[in-house]
Design a protein around this ligand. Structure first.
Ligand SMILES: Nc1nc2c(c(=O)[nH]1)N[C@H]1C(S)=C(S)[C@@H](COP(=O)(O)O)O[C@H]1N2
Ligand SMILES: [Mo]
Length: 418
């Protein structure tokens, strides 16, 4: 007894002997490396949609100067988006324990009073609010978007995009302010024994520590183990092969990606977006439009009589999952462009017969149309396409995000990108 009650604003309220500048610096350094990778791969993902090509591809039309980095997304290597987006999502998931541990390590500062000792201190605390708020916001929106589509109807992209810039700006300020202190703390090396670390003027160390229940090594082991575990049940969704079955956290069925030829992942089923066997039956025609009002309507039989080509390509979704290479067979987009009266390869607007919902049309850039592996696929893995994978015809383009691989194609408008 004899303990006085304290409030969280009182440093004595926080009792863990583990808190200190060294632990915070270690977690902060790991997090800094991780979120830098998340930021870069996130910007790449935005570029991969080719938003500068057409408003139909652009989920963040008001980006202004923040789109300064955009460039035409290449078609090589064909697994490019598998890699960048697999890293983005897998590293994001695996960093969750590190983020939580880092926030835990500095939580006494959240409650520190007075709120501001000076104008400089006030500015610093505001930047910290943006930093912590931005980090939580980015992780929460990202994880929710992967796990539950449509929680942010139409707005996930702008939320996640602008949130990332706010967070990045706050992070630059934070690193500039804390870098010297973190280096000093790390230079000291792993603090020995159960006693708290020297505070180094950080205010992180408990002035009245409770007895240790866990060593510093043990705490880091717990965080690292949690990260590894999350990594282990996530990475398989992008690596594929037998490891696909270890991806317990993958959306659309966890470790079981579903049926169909080659049993590769189905994102949205035909039924879920209102595409029926009726619209895709014998009456289906592909509308091809091109130069000087040229127009053709092709049945599936006519398409099958055009030269058929094969390409081994994956589907790689923004949600982080991807398939291994599937063997697609169909008509080259550039052959269809020629049919539409183009010698070279123009941009093309692809329209699905899907009536409602997002992703029913997409624009492809000339470099994508020109690539000999870019197909209007009619078959996959030696079989007809299934309705869920886009029968009667779907787009498959090397290195592109899944969203550009339009299913149930109804029209190809060469040179008709708005
Ligand atoms: N018409 C249409 N095409 C679409 C989509 C869609 O919702 N509608 N989803 C896209 C997305 S986001 C992905 S990842 C791929 C998934 O293809 P799959 O279901 O054959 O794996 O299809 C793309 N093509
Ligand atoms: Mo996707």
């Amino acid at each position: 007894m004899g303990e006085t009650r304290t409030l969280p604003s009182d440093p004595r309220f926080w009792r863990s002997p583990l808190r200190g500048p060294w632990l915070t610096a270690v977690l902060g350094t790991v997090l800094l490396g991780g979120v830098t990778l998340l930021f870069v791969t996130g910007l790449l993902s935005y570029a991969a949609y080719n938003p500068g090509l057409s408003p139909v591809n652009d989920k963040t039309p008001g980006r202004g100067l923040l789109g300064f980095f955009l460039f035409p997304w290449p078609t090589d290597p064909h697994w490019l988006y598998r890699l960048t987006q697999g890293l983005h999502v897998t590293v994001g998931v695996a960093l969750v324990p590190v983020l939580l541990a880092k926030l835990w390590s500095v939580i006494p500062k959240l409650f520190a009073l007075p709120p501001a000792r000076s104008a400089g201190h006030a500015l610093e605390r505001i930047s910290l609010l943006l930093l912590v708020g931005g980090a939580l916001f980015e992780f929460v929106t990202g994880l929710l978007n992967v796990q539950l589509e449509y929680v942010f109807p139409g707005s996930f992209y702008p939320l996640h995009f602008y949130g990332a810039w706010v967070f990045a700006a706050a992070l630059v300020v934070h690193v500039a302010l804390r870098f010297p202190r973190a280096v000093r703390a790390l230079r000291g090396g792993l603090p020995r024994g159960p006693a708290p670390e020297p505070d180094l003027g950080t205010g992180l160390v408990a002035p009245r520590p409770a007895p240790a229940t866990l060593s510093r090594r043990g705490a880091l082991g717990l965080v690292g183990g949690g990260s590894l575990l999350l990594f282990g049940v996530t990475a398989g969704q992008s690596i594929g092969g037998p490891l696909r079955h270890t991806a317990l956290l993958a959306p659309h069925g966890g470790g079981n990606p579903g049926g169909g030829p080659g049993s590769f992942q189905i994102n949205k089923t035909a039924a879920s977006v209102g595409v029926t066997a009726r619209g895709t039956g014998a009456d289906w025609r592909l509308l091809v439009t091109g130069a000087n009002g040229r127009e053709a309507r092709l049945s599936r039989e006519q398409l099958l009589r055009l030269p058929q080509h094969e390409a081994a390509l994956p589907i790689a979704c923004v949600e982080g999952w991807s398939t291994s290479d599937q063997l697609w067979r169909g008509v080259r987009l550039r052959d269809l462009a020629a049919l539409a009266g183009y010698g070279g390869a123009p941009d093309v607007l692809v329209e699905s017969l899907q009536r409602h919902g997002s992703f029913r049309s997409a624009a492809l850039r000339d470099n994508q149309v020109r690539d000999p592996r870019a197909l209007l696929a009619l078959r996959v893995n030696g079989d007809e396409l299934t309705l869920d994978h886009g029968y009667p015809a779907r787009i498959i383009v090397p290195a592109a995000p899944g969203v550009l691989n339009t299913k149930w194609v109804a029209a190809l408008r060469f040179g008709g990108v708005p």
